[in-house]
Design a protein around this ligand. Structure first.
Ligand SMILES: C[S@@+](CC[C@H](N)C(=O)[O-])C[C@H]1O[C@@H](n2cnc3c(N)ncnc32)[C@H](O)[C@@H]1O
Length: 271
């Protein structure tokens, strides 16, 4: 078991490893290599369906990777206030059952349209139930929708330039640490940047060190990557990596988007 723990720590980071270990202990599987196997398949939907099925066995509940909404709500709300005016569409990419999207929807004085996206239908089922039980949003016209899609290819789901803010807490980390890793993680970042409006921001929350993450983000297409410490939470240092979508030059990325592909939103918010 010690070997598994060491290997996990090397590939995931201290906080993600701790979360997986605690889930592994409570899961029904007793295989010593199971957590290691899980890490290899964290880019696969079945793995996450299983995770959220076990997490939600006693009813829908939030599960937040790394840290909770309250740890960054001040940062998120002030970021929103500083973004260009106009319709404020937000995307939480790989939302799982995190309280981030729902918290912003509930607390923002600015009218928001929050899109929570994941490829696990079980996570989205729980999130929709949590939305149902949530108090009304502070802005009466704010909305939250759930979208079932693969975040590495959102061309059939969102037009280019749709969002003012894209949030990624732990999703890029998941892809980076799988064998097919950096390639898919780069596709994820590219898609996040594509769906951002000019002047919009991608915020990635991670425990990965800036020495590793900044060069990766720059290679993935991010210009002017900035990094700020979120702080130490439960003894782990977390960072927020910010990428700002460039103002459009002569090549308008909207012209390169798939034809006729609008923002989809089913009647119950789930595409
Ligand atoms: C580490 S968890 C983070 C969940 C959530 N953001 C949080 O802070 O708790 C990674 C999430 O990304 C989702 N995910 C992984 N790969 C994905 C993909 N290609 N497309 C959509 N969602 C994905 C998983 O289902 C999972 O919910």
């Amino acid at each position: 078991m010690a070997a598994v723990a060491t290997s996990l720590a090397a590939r995931w980071g201290a906080s993600g490893t701790r979360m997986l270990r605690s889930w592994h202990r409570s899961a029904s599987s007793s295989s010593a290599g199971w957590a290691e196997d899980l890490l290899r398949h964290m880019d696969q939907r079945d793995t996450w369906d299983r995770f959220y099925s076990e997490k939600g066995a006693s009813g829908p509940q939030h599960f937040d990777w790394f840290f909770g909404y309250r740890d960054v709500s001040g940062l998120l709300l002030s970021t929103l206030q500083g973004l260009p005016s106009g319709e404020a569409r937000i995307l939480d990419v790989g939302c799982g059952t995190s309280a981030l999207g729902l918290g912003l929807y509930r607390d923002s004085p600015r009218q928001l349209h929050v899109s929570c996206l994941d490829f696990s239908p079980l996570a989205l089922d729980s999130l929709r139930q949590l939305l149902w039980d949530s108090p009304p949003p502070r802005h009466p016209l704010s909305q939250l929708c759930c979208h079932l899609a693969d975040a590495t290819d959102l061309r059939d789901t969102f037009e280019s330039g749709s969002f003012l803010l894209v949030l990624d807490k732990g999703t890029c980390d998941t892809l980076l640490r799988c064998p097919r890793g950096p390639g898919r993680a780069k596709q994820l970042v590219a898609e996040c940047l594509r769906v951002l409006r000019p002047g919009g921001k991608l915020l990635q929350f991670s425990d990965e060190d800036p020495d590793a993450r900044v060069p990766f983000l720059e290679q993935a297409g991010g210009v002017d990557v900035t990094v700020t410490e979120v702080g130490h939470i439960n003894g782990v240092c977390y960072y927020v990596y910010t990428l700002v979508q460039r103002l459009l030059d002569s090549t308008d990325s909207r012209e390169q988007s798939p034809q006729g592909k609008g923002l989809k939103s089913g009647p119950d918010g789930l595409d």
